[in-house]
Design a protein around this ligand. Structure first.
Ligand code: CP
Ligand code: NVA
Length: 306
């Protein structure tokens, strides 16, 4: 495994398998009350420049449960906010910490940070990718469907950071992935191009959500306006109207379709209340698995130097 997880393209298929296996094992052991403390004495810094409930708290809890210590760093309270060069911050923090989880806007900023540290850097969401989210999501698919192979996974909505990480995962794990997005909100061309160049995965984009969800095993949606796009909210509500995951859309999917959402959800926008709370929804298990997957990621990456 590489030092960092900045995008899912950093992982080989075997790395995904190691993480799925470890996360499922750690989950089982945790449920049995077994206390694993492989990270005793280790410290994880969390630099968060955007809001977070699930990712931040599950990473912090994961670190504590594995015997280590998390240190939350609000970017605005550091010299980062006063324009200290990223490479200076990166070199200094790597002298104090054993790993860093970073949520920020710019993927380039994150990549420069990672280049200038010796410690593992984990992408906890950027404008472009949300790799750890999709790792725990695929773990949820494995738990419920038994495998991620030969499953029709359909993304409905904005071609955003989470969608981009699904595209990356598809290009490594050979997934069958369809993305239904309004034309102007399709996934970024450079992300698609890089994924398609691998020749792995069946990845397609359409603007017809009804066609896309036919026989879907998984339907995934996310907010129409991501963090940083709040000023576009009203405009996006109009454009995305036909892309709502509601009961009418679900009728076209497989009967046992899993409905997924990374949360937070906007009920009545990208998903209706009755679908989010309905029998096909797995969103709470999905949210729980972020804890177990983050434990696996920390265990694997932070133990590298022991
Ligand atoms: N799904 C997710 O990343 O949630 P948070 O924004 O609450 O971390
Ligand atoms: N696409 C969303 C995901 C939130 C977890 C955002 O970036 O705001």
């Amino acid at each position: 495994m590489e030092k960092d997880i900045l995008t899912l393209m950093d992982l080989a298929r075997e790395d995904f398998e190691v993480l799925f296996e470890r996360a499922i094992e750690l989950k089982k052991r945790y449920k049995k009350g077994i206390a694993d403390r492989p990270l005793a004495g280790k410290t994880l810094g969390l630099i968060f420049d955007k809001a977070s409930t699930r990712t931040r708290i599950s990473f912090e809890a994961a670190m504590v449960q594995l015997g280590g210590t998390p240190i939350f760093i609000s970017a605005k309270d550091t010299q980062i906010a006063r324009n200290e060069p990223v490479r200076d911050t990166a070199r200094v923090l790597s002298r104090y910490l054993d790993g860093l989880a970073i949520r920020t806007y710019s993927q380039d900023w994150l990549e420069e940070f990672a280049e200038f540290t010796d410690i593992p850097v984990i992408n906890a969401l950027t404008d472009l990718f949300h790799p750890c989210q999709v790792l725990s999501d695929i773990m949820t698919v494995i738990e419920i469907k038994g495998d991620y192979k030969d499953i029709r996974i359909v993304w409905v909505g904005d071609g955003n950071n989470v969608a981009h990480s699904w595209i990356n995962a598809a290009a490594v794990l050979d997934l069958n992935l369809v993305l239904a997005c309004p034309d102007p909100y399709s996934p970024r061309k450079e992300v698609m191009k890089k994924a398609l160049e691998t020749g792995v995965g069946k990845i397609s984009v359409t603007s017809n959500p009804v066609e896309a969800v036919k026989d879907a095993d998984v339907i995934y949606t996310d907010v129409w306006a991501s963090m940083g796009q709040e000023s576009e909210q009203v405009k996006r509500e109009r454009v995305f109207e036909a892309f709502q995951v509601n009961q009418a859309l679900l009728k076209h999917a497989a009967k046992d379709v899993m409905v997924m959402h990374c949360l937070p959800a906007h009920r009545g926008e990208e998903i209706t209340e009755n679908v989010l709370e309905g029998p096909n929804s797995v969103v709470w298990d999905q949210a729980e698995n972020k804890l177990h997957m983050h434990k696996a990621i920390l265990d694997v990456l932070l133990k590298r130097n022991i």
